[in-house]
Design a protein around this ligand. Sequence first.
Ligand code: AMP
Ligand code: MG
Length: 440
Amino acid sequence: MITVAEHLDSILRKVRPGQEVELDLQRAYGLVLTHDVVSEVDLPRFANSAMDGYAVRAQDVAEAGNEHPVLMPVLGDIRAGDTEQRVLVPGHAGRIMTCAPVPEGADTIVKVEDTDAHPREPKIRAAPEPGRHIRPAGEDLRVGDVVVAAGTTVGPAQVAALASAGIARVVVVGPVRVVVLSTGDELVPLGAPLASGQIVDSNGPMLAAAVRAAGFHTVHVGRLPDDPDRIRSEIDRHLRHADAIITTGGVSKGAYDEVKAVLSKQGAMSFPEVAMQPGKPQGFGVLGRRKVPVFTLPGNPVSALVSFEVFVRPALARRAGRRYTAPTHEAVVVQAWSSPEGKQQFARVVVESDTTGAYAVRPAGGGGSHLVGGLAGADALAVVPARTGEVAVGSMVQVQALRPWGEIEARLEAHAPPPADGSQDAPVGAGTRRGRHRSG
Ligand code: AMP
Ligand code: MG
């Protein structure tokens, strides 16, 4: 048996980022830039007004004040989007709107609140210093500056910067297209009638959702019988186009565990027993000319989902050119459970908040790897070290979320008791209440 860390390490050493592609910026969300993107323009591109008001020469209004307003004749209006190259005549003002270009010769903006807002001859009641309320050209970025560095995942903020700099196309690691194959003679697709002895293929839809939750997408979600020829030909077919293949079932020690039997003949696959619960039988290899990572996960739904979170998700991130470590939170155990010694346990838990406001956990449903009903009620996986046998009340565990942590947090906030001192005004911020035990 190998440890979880050893198996993950050996997977990550073999997975390589996928091919570079050039895409429209609008399609690059969530993908990783492979090169520094350098600006060919200054940002802002031109000096513009930060306020609605009047563009003037500071020296022309230097004497202005509340008691001594200065009258300034307006030459014209300068609106946002104005494309004319305007020059300010000394002793005059331009009535200017936010974002409009500052005319040549003007060096300050009197905001409209410091005037009587007259459109043609306003009374100026303030004397702003040169540069006031002007956003200078190149203040944000200069020609030649890196807008977004190689290795960065394109999110909303990066899209804003790249779009502002006029970058319409970017080179990124291509989207990771995942194929999910459920294997087992007992499986029937969701919606089809079941004969006795048959079960619905839940792993396929579950893993498709997990792939999506992790920020990737599936291009095929299918089922296969325990038939070696069908398994071999389907995997070969998908190796031609997929960026990763995930199978479930058929990797234990049964007489019909054909996935392992078929793929064992491929030298690149290994089928270690991993010291973990659930998820002991694992299989991984990089197959085909395109070096596609292939994960053969155990068939039990809980084992398959835990295996996805622990091994597949970080590997898909690597395929996408990113790193991924599951964020963890520390929690106190409020109901004991046992853990197999010698195996790292990923126990399904419900997250609560204890009387001090710290995260607290108790087991969710039973421990069996087939218990999907209990799985649906679990918030997180408590990661119990291999040396621990009994997880005692009061001990601390690290948990990693099975749903967005913000949702768990919001539920705890909604059910939080009123502050102990009875004060309704006491700040009950998510960041402070459980801050003591927060680590991720
Ligand atoms: P296996 O690893 O093929 O021995 O499967 C282990 C257990 O997981 C068996 O009880 C299977 O019926 C169940 N199982 C396998 N594949 C699926 C699936 N796609 N959906 C739901 N349960 C499954
Ligand atoms: Mg099976």
